[in-house]
Design a protein around this ligand. Structure first.
Ligand SMILES: NC(=O)c1ccc[n+]([C@@H]2O[C@H](COP(=O)([O-])OP(=O)(O)OC[C@H]3O[C@@H](n4cnc5c(N)ncnc54)[C@H](OP(=O)(O)O)[C@@H]3O)[C@@H](O)[C@H]2O)c1
Length: 255
């Protein structure tokens, strides 16, 4: 691989769902993928390597937030050895549980949700900016958001507010980075409802905890849920376009 053509892309939550689909659409020659999740991803890595990508697996529980700077430091050391032309981070890992009104659920479960949906993407982005601050590569971060960032859903107080926070973080970092010599570009992307494990968990929630559950069930039965592979394909293309709209909060309708 010619070094300046090499793309190094980190994806959190790559073991299944949208992150996995995105990894498939980003895999190819000249690409080194760094996949992060708790599950074993060795079979996934083999499949991706048949598409020409080089794959590095970082099997880790991201809610161990005290070690995220060390994790990004190790990934950065690996990336720096290749002098890439493009370095990307997709903050995709997320969870919806526990669903229900604030005050009802177990404190630790609620805290874990806030960590994976909010603290983790912010801390990883912070470490990414720090580690690659002198790199002249094209540097891009995509934060996976949700329609719940701008609309309140009964039972999702944690989820909606973390995604709203992530959107404000990205808008703020984008204006900060514009003023730097080697800026990181950053945006948020709402994929809309997509047919992954997360939607299955939503459909299995009680009406008491999530009064909109019937709407989600009928959308599923009527085939109105987006196809994760198709939306991932569009996002993969957008990640590499020449004019990346840093600072924007995009949704699937914008691609
Ligand atoms: N599905 C939807 O309808 C929908 C709609 C809007 C936005 N989104 C957003 O899209 C993103 C992807 O969601 P999805 O639907 O693909 O969800 P999913 O199928 O449940 O996958 C979640 C991914 O996150 C990883 N993950 C969860 N907790 C983790 C932890 N503690 N440490 C490391 N990795 C962890 C999981 O890997 P392991 O379990 O292997 O760790 C898995 O790879 C999320 O940010 C979600 O909020 C989804």
């Amino acid at each position: 691989m010619a070094e300046d053509r090499v793309k190094q892309i980190i994806i959190t939550g790559a073991s299944r769902g949208f992150g996995r689909d995105l990894a498939f659409h980003l895999a190819g020659g000249d690409t080194i993928l760094h996949l992060i999740a708790r599950s074993d991803m060795s079979e996934l890595a083999q499949e991706l390597e048949t598409r020409g990508a080089v794959v590095r697996i970082w099997q880790q529980d991201l809610t161990q937030t005290g070690s995220l700077d060390k994790l990004m430091g190790e990934i950065a050391k690996d990336i720096a050895s290749g002098s890439p032309g493009f370095i990307g981070l997709v903050n995709n890992a997320g969870m919806i549980e526990p669903v229900g009104p604030a005050g009802k659920y177990d404190f630790q479960a609620y805290k874990k949700n806030l960590e994976i949906n909010f603290m983790v993407p912010l801390l990883l982005t912070h470490a990414f900016i720090q580690q690659f601050r002198v790199s002249r590569a094209v540097k891009r971060v995509i934060m996976i958001s949700s329609g719940a960032a701008s609309k309140p859903y009964h039972g999702w107080s944690h989820y909606g507010s973390t995604k709203a926070g992530v959107e404000m973080f990205a808008r703020t970092v984008s204006i900060e980075q514009e003023k730097t010599d080697h800026p990181v570009q950053i945006l948020t992307f709402n994929p809309g409802r997509i047919g992954t494990d997360m939607q299955k968990i939503i459909r299995e929630t009680s009406r008491e905890d999530f009064p909109m559950v019937d709407d989600f069930i009928s959308a599923w039965e009527d085939g109105e849920i987006g196809k994760s592979e198709e939306i991932a394909a569009k996002l993969a293309k957008m990640m590499l376009i020449e004019h990346f709209p840093s600072g924007e909060s995009l949704s699937v309708r914008d691609l």
